[in-house]
Design a protein. Structure first.
Length: 255
C-alpha cells in the first residue's frame, strides 16, 4: 500500500511546516510506501526529526526535497545534530528504503539506530544530500547491511559523509555509483568521506565511487581495541579518491 503524505496534510511549499509527514508514517504499516509527490516548489519543510519504528519505503517524485530547518527563514542554516529521518526498528526484518529524495540542511539526513540487525536489502538510492552539518548517512546497527547506490553527497560541512558503526560482525556494506563531494571552504571541509567503525568482520564493496576534495577518503577505524582482528574484503574498482585516500586505524586489518 502507498500512503501519500499530502493526504495527511503535508503541503510541500517550503514555507509551512510539514509535520503531517509524521502522521503519515505513524499510520503506515510495516512494509508500506510513504510517497512524496511533486509540488509547485518541491520542498517539504520539517522542524522536527521524523521518527520511524517500522520498516518503510520512502519514495519521492523527481526533484522533491526534504528541507530540515529551524524555521522557514533558516532552511539553509542546518539544525545541529538533528536528522531528517531517525529509524529505530523493533524487528530485525525491518526494511528501510529511501529512493529519489534530496535531503537539504539539518544535522543528518538518514540515521538508523538499532540494537537489532536491519534487513540486508535496506538502502538509499538515487538520493542527494546537500549542506548536511554532521553526517549525511549514519548507520548504527549490528550487521551493517546497508547499501548506498547512485547518490550524490555534496556541499558537506560536517566531519563525516557516510558513517557505519556495526558493533558486531556484518555481512555487506555497499557504496557504489556515488559521489561524495565537498564544496565548502578548506577550514570546514568534511574530514572523512566514508568511515566504517565496526566491531567485527565483514565485507565492504565500493564500486564507481568518487570522493572529491575530502580531507580523507575511506577510513576503517576499529574503536574496540586490539583484541578484535577485523578483516575486510574490499573491492575498490573504479574508485577515485583525494586527500589521504584509504586509511586504517586502530587494530583494523584491511585485506
Amino acid at each position: 500500500m502507498t500512503i501519500n503524505v499530502r493526504d495527511y496534510g503535508a503541503i510541500g511549499n517550503g514555507k509551512a511546516e510539514d509535520g503531517a509527514i509524521q502522521a503519515a508514517v505513524n499510520a503506515a504499516s510495516e512494509g508500506e510506501i510513504i510517497f512524496f509527490p511533486a509540488t509547485s516548489t518541491n520542498k517539504y519543510l520539517i522542524y522536527k526529526t521524523i521518527t520511524v519504528d517500522k520498516g518503510l519505503s520512502f519514495l519521492a517524485d523527481h526533484g522533491v526535497q526534504i528541507v530540515n530547518g529551524a524555521s522557514a527563514n533558516e532552511v539553509n542554516a542546518g539544525v545541529s545534530g538533528s536528522a531528517a529521518f531517525l529509524c529505530t526498528p523493533t524487528s530485525s526484518e525491518s526494511l528501510f528504503v529511501f529512493q529519489g529524495i534530496e535531503f537539504v540542511s539539518g544535522g543528518m539526513g538518514i540515521h538508523i539506530s538499532s540494537s537489532l540487525a536491519i534487513h540486508p536489502l535496506s538502502r538509499a538510492e538515487d538520493c542527494k544530500f546537500s549542506s548536511i552539518a554532521s553526517k549525511s548517512v549514519f548507520i548504527q546497527a549490528p550487521g551493517g547491511n546497508f547499501s548506498i547506490d547512485r547518490c550524490l553527497i555534496a556541499g558537506l560541512g560536517g566531519t563525516t559523509g557516510v558513517l557505519f558503526e556495526t558493533n558486531a560482525n556484518f555481512d555487506l556494506i555497499s557504496v557504489q555509483n556515488t559521489i561524495i563531494r565537498n564544496q565548502v571552504k578548506e577550514a570546514v571541509r568534511v574530514k572523512k568521506a566514508l568511515m566504517v567503525a565496526p566491531g567485527g568482520s565483514g565485507s565492504i564493496y565500493c564500486h564507481n565511487l568518487t570522493l572529491v576534495s575530502n580531507a580523507q577518503g575511506i577510513i576503517f577505524d576499529n574503536a574496540t581495541g586490539s583484541a578484535v582482528n577485523i578483516r575486510y574484503v574490499l573491492n575498490t574498482a573504479n574508485v577515485v579518491m583525494s586527500g589521504s585516500g584509504l586509511l586504517s586505524t586502530g587494530s583494523a586489518f584491511v585485506s
